[in-house]
Design a protein around this ligand. Sequence first.
Ligand code: SAH
Length: 237
Amino acid sequence: MPVRILSVCFIFMLVSQLSCSQKSDPFFALRNRMVETQIKARGISDEKVLQAFRNLERHKFVLPQYIPHAYADSPLPIDEGQTISQPYIVAFMTDALDLQRTDKVLEIGTGSGYQAAILAELCDSVFTIEIFEKLGRKARELFDELGYENIYTKIGDGFKGWPEHAPFDAIIVTAAPSDIPEPLKMQLAEGGRMIIPVGGDAVQELVLLKKRKGKLREESVLPVRFVPLIDPEGKKY
Ligand code: SAH
């Protein structure tokens, strides 16, 4: 009998906690719908990845005027003429990296910080580089506010990677160069995966690379459109 009472109490506590978190987060339903209709419906099925998108409050990563559109099926403008990627693209790239809990990940293009926070939910540590100081600082403040102790940030040119912390189990580039930067290829660990948009301003392909026995195998996985990867003078790489 006491066991039964205990389990009834437990279920009651669970339900009241759930409804409490739903009440304190008016975006809860929108976020679940985003995961169902934009991510799961398009073929992403890894439950760990889906759960990260259900948990992370995307509306905290967008500019105040775009909060009502935070869960829309599109990219949104952020400061410095840059963009936070469409949720599906963030999910597709995350899924392609096939992350393990113990992985160390390098991200080029911190932007709003949304992609970095999704990664941080799924791996050991994230090293993320942003070329615009304003964006890099703002993302760092948000990571601190949200309690991400496994995200390391740097303001600088990500083309060169972050050699002091290499090799990385996974590398994700969220701005497009014309060719894959050599330093990033070098900083990928044996068995590592890299996902990167490659191409000109109009047409780009998302390329997935895997390093096996020191050799890189490349595969184009999706046509995409990203902002350009730029050098410190603002010229596209
Ligand atoms: N991952 C981001 C997407 C931001 S868009 C997010 O989740 O919001 C791509 C970002 O790459 C922009 O913020 C842009 O400023 C940055 N970027 C462009 N060239 C770069 C470079 N050479 N090094 C680091 N960041 C760069």
